[in-house]
Structures are given as C-alpha cells and as structure tokens.
Design a protein around this ligand. Structure first.
Ligand SMILES: Cc1cc2nc3c(=O)[nH]c(=O)nc-3n(C[C@H](O)[C@H](O)[C@H](O)COP(=O)(O)OP(=O)(O)OC[C@H]3O[C@@H](n4cnc5c(N)ncnc54)[C@H](O)[C@@H]3O)c2cc1C
Length: 503
C-alpha cells in the first residue's frame, strides 16, 4: 500500500529499516514548497540552507538501521516482528520507558542535543494518542480508529512528523474566529464526503522542511465559536497547497567557509517554518479530531502524548547540557583557569543544574504510573517541574559559560585563513595558543563554543529552550495542575492541629 506521503507501508518482516539514503531520496522525490530567500524550492537536499541539516537527520536513520544499534534503537513491530524505531514504541512498562529514553539519548548524542524535533519527538505524541484512542473516539468512533491506524502507519514506515500546534502571533487579543479574516489561523473551510479542506497558517513547525508529515492541531485553549480550528490531522509535506516559510537559514552563514568556522550551524540547523495551508485537502482517514473543542484539548492532557513527546525533549536537553559542561571544562583547561577555586565553584553550579535535569529525566521513568486502562504515564511533576525551570536555568547556565570564558570566544583571528597565510601564521601560532595546545586547536574549540552560545544559531537555541514546550507561564500552570497540593495541605492541617505542648 502507498499512502499520499509516498511512503510504503511494511509488506514483510524482511523489509529493511529506513536508511539515511532512503530518507534523503524521499526528500528529493516528494517535492514540497519551501520558501527561502525569495526562492521557492522543492528539494531541501539540493539547497545549501537545508542540505547539511538533511544529512544530519539521515545520519540518525543510518545509526538506527545499523545492525549493531538495532537492539537499542528498535523494537519488534507488533504486526510482524520486524524491527521498527523504538521512538514509536508505546511504553507498557518502566523498562520500556527506560529503553525509549536511552534510544532518545543515543540520537541526541549524534547532534549534541542541538536538533530538537528529530523524528522521535512528534513520534512520542502519536504514541500517546494511540495509547488512548478513546479520547479521540469521544468525537466519533472513526477518529479513534484513524489515529491508531495513522500511528501504525508512522511506526511501520519509520516516518518523520513535525507539528504546528500554535497559531500565528497576529493578534493574540482575539480568538481565531474574531480575527479580521477568519481564515488567518489554520482551520477547516470546506467539508466533503471524502475529506476536509484546510486554509490559514500555523506559526512554527521546527523540522517541517525535512518531515514526511505535518501534524496540524492547536494546543492553545479554544473557546466556543472556534470549532473550525479545533482540529487534529496530518498532512504530507508535499500536499497540494502546503507552503513552508523557512526562517532565516543560519546554515547559509557557514557556506563557503572552513567547516571549523561554524561547526554546529553548518550541520544542525533544523530550521523552523511557518506553515501555510492554502485549501489543502485532508482525507478523512488523516483526521483525528474534527471541530471538537473538548477532544482538541483532551488529546494533550487526557493522553500521555505531551509526556511521551517531552520525555524525548528532556533526554535531548540533558545530552545538550552534558555537552555544555564538557565544553566549559575544556575551555577552562585551555585558558589555564581550571584549577582556580572560584572557577570550580561556577563549574559546580553548572554541574548541579545538569544533574538536576538528568535526575528529573530518570524520575519521569521511576515515578511513572499506570492508569485504569493500563497505559503508562511518565510522572507529570517530574517533567513539568524541570520544564518550568528550564526557561530560567538555561539562560543562567549560558551566562556562567560566558563569564568563564572572558574574551576567549572573541579574541580569535578573523578566520582560519589567517592561519593559512604564512605571513601571519607565525603571530597566530605564537599568541593564540594555549599552554595545552597549539593555536589551531584552541581556535577550533573557541569557535565551537561561540557557535554553541553566541552565533545566531546559538541564540536561536536559547529561544528554543525557553519556548519549545510552550511559554513558561503555561508550563508553570501545568505544574500547578499536577502538584499534589492535597498532601501538602494535609501537612499544614497536621501542624495546625498539633496537640498542646505539655510542660
Ligand atoms: C525556536 C522555537 C521552535 C519552536 N518549535 C515549534 C514547533 O515545532 N511546533 C510548534 O507548534 N510550535 C513551536 N514553537 C512555538 C512555541 O510553541 C510557541 O512559541 C510557544 O508556545 C509560545 O507561544 P508564542 O510564541 O505564540 O508566544 P505568546 O503566546 O504570544 O506569548 C509571548 C509572551 O507573552 C507573555 N504572555 C502572553 N500571554 C500571557 C498570559 N496569559 N499570561 C502571562 N504572560 C503572557 C509571556 O511572556 C509569553 O512568553 C517553537 C518556538 C520557538 C521559539
């Protein structure tokens, strides 16, 4: 069977896992409309803005398909036992959750945690949706069946889904239906017996340029009158009428330069794009929630989707923090400050934050509980507490690294070309070295650090860590809803009812 995303569903247990080459071939084959620098392009693998990012995703598929990584990165498909990405495993036990976390960490290590919406992120959401089809069936039996069938299709084709679940910031003071044009925010504009038509925009799909599908929905609470926007559906990225408006492609800054100038920008710019739907047809089988305010809300909070997806996000973040610690330590060694006690205190503070994030990641597994249907839910409080603080600790950590490096990331030659010029190389070798290494190694490390922190790519990451899981006030509200205030209150009652003190 071939779906409208052009992905073949599994025919036999012997069909190999998707490789990087197949992923790249798919990107070339399924012509999409990506807008960048005034051009409309159809093949991201052929454009310098996206080429290396595509290769980085391809490397993830290759890693998972390598026989030596199969045990960690895959699990047997319940359909035929063939290996499928562990990212699509619906966890039934605590050990399953641990295995999923380890697989997410392995992929994150390949990008140093710098690609957030790798195929395992939205996979987590669909695992959570498929674990609770009753939530979707509340809007009509067929929607429960649709979401499970679509999840199985994703699992068995190793598909990559990006999502756009926040409306554009056009006028936040008014609901979608009261904007001056009611088709500004993505919503249904026509219905037929074959499917629906969607028009409007949704603000940001990270990785959308590379994905097989865009999941369109809305995580903002919707009010009566906004039914047309209360959708959950999937659209192939090459669907007629779909346009992906890329933000500035940071990877372009690295084009034509030595690979060491922007080592991270060059490889890991996953891109973010506004998704425009221009009368896009969606067959009913790809619709999971239709004009239903309650189901649209409940898919996030009455399924473990938000928890599974963000468990991956935290595994990725934890790897990134380990990378940050390694970078900071290496820079201190370079500058000769490593043994200075106040520097060690700052490193200890950095390490504390990283260890808290890692510890809370493990807590999500350890404190996971089964609901009455036997579905395993990672701990909400373990997830939301750390997500709520992320928007505060992340900038703090970046600031500590800036503090530690002084001018180290700035006092660098204009480019590696200055080292290649024999007339200037002598000075550079002499004055840009460290007590540990020659100039080239030191410059390479400092460039890496600057790309991580100070480049446009690095700065986008700070915005990402602040907002990828929603604005921090919303995450704190999740925490407010999840925390056990009852037992906290009971303690206060105990204190208020203490027996009198006897002499
Ligand atoms: C790099 C990056 C990648 C992203 N990737 C994705 C993606 O892949 N898919 C996706 O769907 N979305 C993605 N997002 C979007 C993200 O989900 C939203 O940016 C996020 O939900 C915040 O919404 P907003 O940007 O519309 O901010 P707004 O909702 O407009 O809020 C902006 C700020 O206004 C203030 N504010 C607004 N309302 C209130 C209130 N009621 N109470 C208190 N303060 C308030 C807060 O300070 C808030 O931070 C991404 C965002 C970034 C920055």
């Amino acid at each position: 069977m071939t779906t409208n995303a052009g992905l073949k569903t599994r025919q036999s247990a012997t069909q190999p896992l998707r490789t990087g080459a197949e992923f790249l071939a798919g990107l070339r084959r399924r012509k999409r409309k990506v807008i960048v620098d005034g051009e409309i392009i159809s093949d991201p693998t052929a454009h310098p803005a996206f080429k290396q990012g595509a290769r980085s995703i391809a490397a993830l598929y290759d890693y998972a398909a390598a026989p030596e990584n199969r045990a960690v990165m895959t699990f047997p498909s319940p359909v035929d036992g063939a290996p499928v990405l562990r990212a699509y495993q619906i966890p039934k036990t605590h050990a399953d959750l641990r295995d999923k976390r380890i697989a997410a960490e392995k992929w994150a290590e390949l990008t140093f945690g710098l690609m957030g919406r790798t195929p395992d992120h939205v996979a987590g959401f669909f695992n959570g949706f498929a674990a609770k089809p009753s939530v979707f069936a509340a809007g009509g039996e067929q929607y429960g069946r649709n979401v499970v069938a679509f999840y199985e299709h994703l699992r068995d084709t190793h598909a990559y889904v990006a999502y756009a679940i926040v409306p554009p910031q056009i006028d936040r003071s008014k609901p979608a239906n009261l904007q001056d044009d009611p088709t500004l925010y993505a919503g249904v504009v026509k219905e037929t017996d074959k499917g629906i038509y969607v028009s409007g925009a949704q603000q940001l799909a990270t990785g959308g340029v590379y994905a097989d599908y865009i999941h369109l929905s809305c995580i903002h609470p919707l009010r009566p009158g906004e039914e047309n926007y209360a959708l959950s559906l999937a659209v192939p990225t090459d669907a007629e009428g779909l346009r992906l408006y890329s933000r500035r492609a940071f990877a372009m800054q690295a084009v034509g330069k030595s690979a060491d100038e922007y080592p991270l920008t060059a490889r890991f710019d996953e891109t973010d794009c506004m998704v425009v739907f221009d009368n896009v047809f969606v067959p009913w089988e790809h619709v999971f929630c239709y004009r239903n305010l309650e189901v649209c809300r409940d898919q996030w909070w009455k399924t473990p989707a938000h928890l599974y997806g963000n468990l991956q996000a935290q595994a990725r973040y934890s790897v990134k923090l380990r990378f940050l610690l390694g970078l900071a330590k290496r820079m201190n060694e370079m500058t000769g400050n490593d043994a200075v006690p106040p520097v060690q205190v700052m490193m200890g503070e950095l390490a504390s934050y990283a260890a808290i994030v890692e510890g809370m990641l493990h807590s999500q597994e350890v404190l996971a509980t089964h609901d009455e249907e036997g579905v395993l839910w990672p701990s909400k409080t373990a997830l939301y507490s750390v997500m709520a603080l992320q928007s505060e600790i992340n900038p703090k950590m970046i600031d500590i690294v800036r503090e530690l490096t002084g001018a180290g990331m700035i006092t660098l030659p204009s480019s590696f070309k200055d080292l290649d010029n024999p007339e200037t190389a002598k000075d550079i070798e002499r004055f840009y070295r460290s007590n540990k290494t020659g100039a080239r190694e030191k410059i390479k490390l400092m460039r890496l650090a600057w790309d991580f922190i100070g480049s446009e790519f690095g700065n986008r990451h700070q915005q990402y860590e602040k907002f990828y899981g929603g604005a921090s006030f919303l995450v704190k509200m999740n925490m407010f809803r999840s925390f056990d205030f009852k037992s906290a209150g009971a303690l206060v009652d105990n204190a208020l009812n203490l027996p009198p003190i006897e002499d």
